[in-house]
Design a protein around this ligand. Structure first.
Ligand SMILES: Nc1ncnc2c1ncn2[C@@H]1O[C@H](COP(=O)(O)OP(=O)(O)OP(=O)(O)O)[C@@H](O)[C@H]1O
Ligand SMILES: N[C@@H](CCO)C(=O)O
Length: 344
């Protein structure tokens, strides 16, 4: 095999879109891009991968391929297919536009980049559905990873697995992606847990081209793990029905042209996660209640992330002013909905 270069491009995502907690996701126009040079096989000594990284997170992300999330996921895929190590002399340049821990799916993108990388390096030719199984062994809620893989406005569910498959899919993350000792090199890791078939299933909804996303990005990180810790384990029937009613309307309403602001604004309300997360994001309740389609024409809905057709700057600047009162500085970006991951 001759030396080859390929590029993996994975979009950012926003999950939940209000009421669709752990169900819906949207791929957005910021990207994690890997440029990979895979040299022709040679008989020389084994050369470990060289990982270089620019952009968001460059100062904190590990550059050891046995510790970095993307390359560990790639290695997991390879080991599940009896390929014990990265090919010799691999050169990976990562350029990342997705800020970490700000609700734009940076970890989901890193995981999807990893499954696509493993698939390419091993020549595995796995179908998208199977790649999703591997991603779901690492990131266990499907909304971000599915939207990052397939692109667009996507709804997904995790299939109810039989007992053996449930056990196989529930192994601790430390067994799926163990911490590699620095010098583990080629011999590490026997029998990684192979994902059951068909864990996640999805459908793509329509998305009206006139709708853009205003990502309001606080200048602090909030890890998904922390944001999940504050959620209750049980909900009332009233709150459950509140969300189901809105989600059912929202999935179609966002695909209609022209979009109906009153319908969408109400359909983006949520009682499952946002009310509990307001303690972690001061200013959120005021932003979601005081910026409305009547005060800000063009606004369609606002959630932990928001959507509009026009009037973007006024919406974002008013959100900035509200957050500022609570001591939170923000940046904002106008993003479009883009296609899924590509390998070129
Ligand atoms: N490109 C990357 N390469 C390596 N590790 C990454 C990369 N992107 C994210 N990570 C890891 O994922 C962590 C962030 O994940 P987390 O799930 O907390 O937030 P998020 O994915 O940005 O937000 P959310 O899931 O709420 O949309 C980072 O701190 C880092 O450890
Ligand atoms: N649905 C998840 C997405 C975060 O990545 C959550 O809200 O915790």
């Amino acid at each position: 095999m001759a030396s080859r270069t390929f590029v993996i491009k994975v979009p950012a995502t926003s999950a939940n879109i209000g009421p669709g907690f752990d169900v819906v996701g949207l791929s957005l126009s910021l990207h994690l891009t890997l440029t990979v040079v895979q040299p022709a096989p040679s008989n020389g000594p084994y050369v470990p991968p060289l990982l270089r990284y620019t952009g968001e997170g460059a100062a904190e992300v590990p550059l050891d391929a046995y510790k970095n999330l993307t390359t560990r996921v790639a290695l997991y895929l390879l080991r599940c297919h009896d390929i014990r190590s990265f090919p010799s002399g691999l050169d990976i340049h990562v350029n990342n536009e997705i800020p970490f821990g700000r609700g734009l799916g940076s970890s989901g993108a890193a995981v999807i980049a990893g499954v696509l990388l493993g698939n390419e390096l091993g020549g595995l030719k796995l179908a998208r559905e199977r790649l999703l199984d591997f991603a779901l062994m690492v990131e266990r809620h499907p909304d971000n990873v599915t939207a990052a893989l397939v692109g667009g406005f996507v709804g997904s569910y995790l299939r109810e697995l039989d007992v053996a498959a449930t056990e196989a899919a529930s192994v601790p993350l430390s067994e799926v992606l163990p911490e590699f000792p620095p010098d583990a090199g080629e011999d590490w890791g026997l029998n990684p847990p192979v994902p059951p078939l068909g864990i996640g299933h999805y459908v793509r909804f329509g998305w009206s081209e006139s709708i853009k996303a205003i990502a309001i990005i606080p200048r602090f990180e909030l890890s998904t793990a922390k944001a999940r810790e504050v959620l209750p384990l049980q909900y009332s029937r009233k709150d459950l029905v509140f969300n189901l009613q809105r989600l059912a309307v929202l999935t179609t309403a966002l695909g209609q042209s022209p979009p109906d602001p009153e319908l969408i604004y109400e359909a983006m309300k949520d009682r499952v996660h946002q009310p509990y997360r307001k303690v972690l994001i001061p200013g959120l309740p005021e932003v979601t209640s005081s910026i409305t389609p009547s005060t800000h024409p063009g606004l369609l809905g606002i959630c932990l992330s928001g959507a509009a057709t026009h009037g973007f700057e006024a919406i974002a600047e008013d959100a900035r002013a509200i957050f500022k009162k609570t001591g939170v500085e923000i940046d904002w970006k106008l993003l479009t909905v883009v296609g899924g991951s590509v390998v070129e």
